[in-house]
Structure formats: structure tokens, C-alpha cells
Design a protein around this ligand. Structure first.
Ligand SMILES: NC(=O)c1ccc[n+]([C@@H]2O[C@H](COP(=O)([O-])OP(=O)(O)OC[C@H]3O[C@@H](n4cnc5c(N)ncnc54)[C@H](OP(=O)(O)O)[C@@H]3O)[C@@H](O)[C@H]2O)c1
Length: 180
């Protein structure tokens, strides 16, 4: 059955990016690419992705600064924004705004039984959680605190720990969302 998942890396104090959107704290850590919660196994089960405008712009900047202006996902992708952002021609990207519920219904249909990934940021993931549409939070926690930045989840969400393991420098944890 399709699950809607928030899959991110975060600092111990719950930030997914520094105040300047930096991910330096993440890229400087060791990770076992075949270990618990690894990206390859996760993405193989994903059939649709959604993200906010800041995350989208970060990906566009990152791809172009690495000489690869290509959309990194080969599944239908939704970007929440109030702006008319540039869209890469090779990606199946839709710009949307407002209520997450109708978009989620479309994503589940497009995913065809695979999972739906809410890439971030924390407010958008919170909108899905508040609408009762988030099933799981999968997080690899880096051994560092930043004190400020972009939040992992910026709403109250009750979670239940389902799995925990070590992956290189990270704690890899899977939580289910407790509803009601
Ligand atoms: N560590 C990780 O694994 C990880 C994962 C994902 C992201 N990140 C990073 O974390 C940071 C996240 O940034 P962020 O928290 O600021 O959030 P974000 O969710 O990427 O972007 C927030 C923006 O999305 C738009 N938005 C959100 N909800 C909307 C809605 N319902 N309708 C229309 N537009 C909506 C608004 O943009 P406009 O009003 O401007 O259009 C809003 O300002 C980025 O730096 C990203 O690269 C890290």
C-alpha cells in the first residue's frame, strides 16, 4: 500500500538546513550507502515527490553549479509555490499552490501504488501532517547541532518509533505518524 513519507537528513536539534540553506553539515559526514534508510532502496519505492519552493530552488542551483541542469527525479514531481518559477523541460514537474489535499490525491494516483515522498521543507511536511496525510517520518540524524535554520517539521506531530539503527555517522530512525 502506498505510504506518504517525509524522508530527510537532520541535525540533532531538528534542522534540515542551516540559516543560509547550507547542507555543509550533511555532506561532510560519513554514510554507508547500503546501510539502514539508504537512498537507493528508499527512492526505488517512490512514485511521486512534492517539495516547497526553497527546496526546489536549492536543487536547481545545486544541479546547475555541478554542471548538470537535469531534474534528479524520474517520477512525477509537484512544487508548491506562489511564484512562476522556471521548470526544467526534462522533469515531469508541476507548480501548484494552496491546499495540499487535492495535490496529494493526484500524487497517490500518479504513484500507482508506490510511495509519495514529501521532500521538504518542514512547513510543507507539516501541512500534509495537519491534513492527516503523512504516514511516516524517516530521518537520518547527523551528530551536530546548528542552533538555527530550516525545521524538519514545523507543526505538532505525534510519532511512534518503529525502527532505529546506525548508518555511518548517523542515527537512522523510522517513525510512524500517530493519528487522532
Ligand atoms: N536535509 C534534508 O534532507 C533536506 C530535505 C529537503 C530540503 N532541505 C533543505 O531545507 C530547506 C527547506 O527550506 P524551507 O523550510 O524554507 O522550505 P520549502 O518547503 O522548501 O519552501 C517553502 C516555500 O514553499 C512555498 N510553499 C509552501 N507551502 C505552500 C503552499 N501550500 N502553497 C504555495 N506555496 C507553498 C512557499 O514559497 P513561495 O511563497 O516563495 O512560492 C514557501 O515559502 C532548503 O534549504 C532545502 O534545500 C533539506
Amino acid at each position: 500500500m502506498s505510504r506518504t513519507q517525509d524522508y530527510t537528513a537532520a541535525t540533532l536539534d531538528g534542522f534540515i538546513a542551516g540559516p543560509d540553506n547550507s547542507l555543509e553539515w550533511l555532506f561532510t559526514r560519513n554514510r554507508d550507502e547500503g546501510g539502514p534508510l539508504n537512498y537507493e532502496e528508499f527512492i526505488a519505492e517512490v512514485g511521486a515527490v512534492a517539495m516547497g519552493a526553497t527546496t526546489y530552488e536549492w536543487i536547481l542551483d545545486y544541479q546547475s553549479s555541478h554542471g548538470d541542469a537535469k531534474w534528479p527525479y524520474d517520477v512525477p514531481s509537484w512544487v508548491f509555490t506562489h511564484r512562476d518559477l522556471p521548470v526544467l523541460p526534462d522533469g515531469q514537474i508541476q507548480l501548484v499552490s494552496g491546499d495540499v489535499a487535492p495535490v496529494h490525491a493526484e500524487m497517490v494516483r500518479a504513484a500507482g501504488g508506490k510511495n509519495v515522498w514529501i521532500v521538504g521543507g518542514g512547513d510543507l511536511a507539516g501541512q500534509f501532517a495537519e491534513a492527516g496525510l503523512l504516514d511516516e517520518v524517516l530521518v537520518t540524524i547527523a551528530p551536530v547541532t546548528l542552533g538555527a535554520g530550516a525545521r524538519l517539521l514545523s507543526r505538532y506531530v505525534e510519532l511512534s518509533l518503529e525502527e532505529v539503527a546506525r548508518n555511518g555517522d548517523f542515527v537512522a530512525a523510522r517513525f510512524s505518524v500517530v493519528r487522532g
